[in-house]
Every structure is written in C-alpha cells, then in structure tokens.
Design a protein around this ligand. Structure first.
Ligand SMILES: Nc1ncnc2c1ncn2[C@@H]1O[C@H](COP(=O)(O)OP(=O)(O)O)[C@@H](O)[C@H]1O
Ligand SMILES: [Mg+2]
Length: 257
C-alpha cells in the first residue's frame, strides 16, 4: 500500500475559496470511496466547523500536535464513519503555534513529521491553509506532495499569485524538492461578469495546463452549507456547486498516475 498523497490548499489571500475547496474536494473524494484526511491548518477553524465538528468534540487539536508533541492520531475526529472522511480540527489556539514554534529546531518540518505515521491510513490528506505565508503555511508546503491554488476570478487575482509562487519556489529549493503545483482552480466564477472571462484568459495564458478545466461557479449552496456543518456534497448534492466539486474530484483523480 503506497503512502497517501498530501495536498496543501493554499493562497495567502483570504476569501478565495481555500476552505470551501478543501472541504468539498475532501467530501467528493470520500464519495469516490477514497480514504481522506482533512487537516485544518487555519486558526479560524472554518474547515472544522464546516464538517460539523465543534469544540468539545475533540480532546486535542492541531495546536497540541504542533506544540505539545501529541500524536496526530490522538487529534483525529471522524464526523461520519460511513463517509471515510476524518479531520484534524483546529480552533483559535492554533494562532499561537507560529510563535511557539519559532525557537523550535527544524520548525518547518513539524507537520511533515506529524503526518508520517498516519500517511498509510489514507489515500489523500488535504491541508486547508490559513490566509498567510507564515510558518503554518510553510509547514503545510513542506509536508505536501503538491499544492492546489484556488483563485477567485477578480481583477487583483494575479497580484498575490506571484508572491505565492515565490514562496512555493523557495520551499521547493530549500525544504521540499519534490513539491509541485497540482493545479490552479478558478472559484466563484460568475458567467454574467465579463471581467471573469478576462481574468480566466489571463491566468490560462500564464499557467496553461496547470489550470484545472473544471471551474467552480458562484453558487449559494456553497455559501450556505458551512452553517449547517455539512459539505456541499452532503448538503445538496444536486446543486451546481456540489456537481462542480464532484467534477473537480474526477478531473483530479484522472490526473493521478
Ligand atoms: N463558489 C462559491 N460560491 C459562493 N460562495 C462561495 C463559493 N466559494 C466560497 N464561497 C463563500 O465565500 C466565502 C470565502 O470562502 P472560503 O472558502 O472560506 O475562502 P478562504 O478559505 O480562502 O478564506 C465563504 O463565505 C464561502 O462560503
Ligand atoms: Mg479558509
């Protein structure tokens, strides 16, 4: 049995669809009977609450694994045993981890080390990164095989991107030689807005085949489902949002060798 593939979902911009994509892709892969672990690496804990996991459901969260050497397996929560989806939850405590990690030796490798004993248990491990390029994101990129970059089709989308690409290159150079870009994912696509198509064209010009063919439309079900503690796949599988993420999962699986 080969080790699970680790995918970091990253973009230092907030509100571009990282968490929505992490939760929805994880759920869509689980629907295809893949064993999936979602790691919530954002102190906002949106992926955690987004799959219906709340304070009190866990004894340890990712913060304790980072700072108290708790094994990751002790922080795992399985919200729905039938669905082959597990999560390592996070909450606001995680915000302190960056500072606490600072004096730690090989502080960029902590998450990689943590994941190593559980990798055999899963087909895919998806890390939802925070909206920054700090130590939590660097740990995620160092632990990952690949990075998936969600982008909102808006005018300034490309600006932050060069900064992210620079970070990915520097992680690749010094911390994780085999890191590659899994793909760029266009999110919150609005067909009625001409600017959307211009931005899409621009991104495709720069990144060509690295852009997923599947585009995620703006869909109200995607914005509603977190407050129900459900992925869009569980909340309304027929919605255009759920169907788009199912299509993305299929495209993603086709691309795996
Ligand atoms: N395709 C979409 N259609 C409609 N709303 C979306 C879509 N993707 C994300 N959202 C909403 O936009 C907000 C930001 O998305 P989120 O995934 O939390 O971004 P990030 O994790 O990058 O900060 C959330 O309220 C989310 O529910
Ligand atoms: Mg988020």
């Amino acid at each position: 049995m080969s080790k699970g593939k680790v995918i970091a979902i990253a973009n230092q911009k907030g509100g571009v669809g990282k968490t929505t994509s992490s939760v929805s892709l994880a759920a869509a892969l689980a629907r295809r009977h893949k064993r999936v672990l979602l790691v919530d690496s954002d102190p906002q804990g949106n992926a955690t609450s987004g799959v219906g996991v709340h304070q009190g459901d866990w004894k340890y969260q990712l913060y304790h694994c980072y700072t108290q050497e708790k094994p990751l397996i002790d922080a795992l929560v399985v919200p729905d045993k039938k669905k082959k989806l597990a999560i390592v939850p996070s909450g606001i405590d995680l915000a302190a981890a960056e500072m606490e990690l600072f004096p730690v030796e090989r502080r960029e490798y902590v998450l990689k080390k943590m994941l190593s004993p559980v990798r055999d248990e899963f087909d895919y491990i998806i890390i939802d990164c925070p909206p920054s390029l700090g130590l939590l994101t660097v740990n995620s990129l160092t632990a990952a095989d690949s990075v998936l970059i969600p982008m909102q089709c808006e005018y300034f989308a490309m600006e932050g991107l060069s900064q992210l690409i620079t970070t990915i290159r520097s992680v690749k150079k010094s911390l994780n030689k085999s890191l590659f870009i899994e793909g760029l994912l266009l999110t919150m696509f609005d067909k009625r807005n001409r600017l959307t198509f211009q931005v899409e064209k621009e991104i495709k010009k720069h990144f060509g085949d690295q852009v997923f063919k599947t585009v995620i439309p703006r869909n109200v079900r995607l914005s509603e489902c977190p407050s129900h503690g459900q992925s869009v796949i569980d909340y309304d599988v027929k919605s255009t949002g759920a169907q788009a993420y199912i299509k993305l999962a299929n495209e993603f699986l086709r691309r795996q060798k």
